[in-house]
Design a protein around this ligand. Structure first.
Ligand SMILES: Cc1cc2nc3c(=O)[nH]c(=O)nc-3n(C[C@H](O)[C@H](O)[C@H](O)COP(=O)(O)O)c2cc1C
Length: 184
């Protein structure tokens, strides 16, 4: 019983890990930033290659330039901080998976530390080139996104034409034994 209660609490807490696009102007304290970087550092990766480097961005002009790479990430301009994820560029498939893992850890970590986070993708190849140029990343490295961090104002998506929220029901996304088999 106790275990189920704890499990439900854990689920309820995980549901609070949202994409945050609007932040208070308050800076992320240095000791909190240090914890985020530890969380990133300890993420598991394919064959423990740790194929990443993290660029901490707090400069307003850099954040503004990143926000202009693609309309869907214009909210990055008002985030107090972003962490750019730079990958070695040695193995595209494995690194894409590793990038997803470290991103999600930062988003969960943000919530656990009392903040919020958001992932912002640069976009297509030309937009990725722009992102790299702003961040001083050479062409042979992979950089597709930043994770913003800060104190949330709201988890609402302020963009016009925002995607619907919520999630599909489990009955649509889970099978048992074989694809399409419902549970008992
Ligand atoms: C691969 C990927 C790329 C994303 N790119 C953007 C983006 O460019 N801009 C943005 O505002 N949100 C972006 N998101 C966030 C999604 O919109 C968000 O995860 C989804 O709407 C669910 O939000 P919620 O967890 O707050 O319900 C991206 C998410 C993923 C997984």
């Amino acid at each position: 019983m106790g275990t189920l209660t704890n499990a439900r609490e854990a689920t309820a807490e995980m549901r609070k890990v949202r994409q945050i696009r609007q932040y208070r102007p308050d800076a992320v304290p240095d000791d909190v930033l240090a914890e985020f970087l530890e969380i990133a550092r300890w993420t598991g990766s394919s064959r423990n290659t740790q194929p990443w480097h993290f660029i901490v961005v707090t400069d307003k002009e850099q954040l503004r330039r990143i926000s202009q790479v693609r309309a869907a990430i214009n909210w990055v301009a008002d985030a107090p901080l972003a962490i750019a994820i730079v990958l070695d560029g040695a193995n595209d498939t494995a690194e894409a998976y590793d990038e997803g893992r470290v991103t999600e850890r930062l988003l969960i970590g943000a919530h656990l530390l009392g903040l919020g986070g958001g992932t912002a993708w640069f976009g297509d190849a030309s937009q990725q080139r722009q992102g790299k140029e702003i961040l001083g990343i050479p062409a042979e490295r992979t950089a597709r996104s930043v994770v913003t961090l800060g104190y949330p104002v709201t988890s609402k998506d302020p963009r016009p034409g925002a995607a619907a929220g919520g999630r599909k029901p489990l009955s649509e996304i889970v099978s048992y034994g074989r694809l399409g088999e419902p549970g008992a």
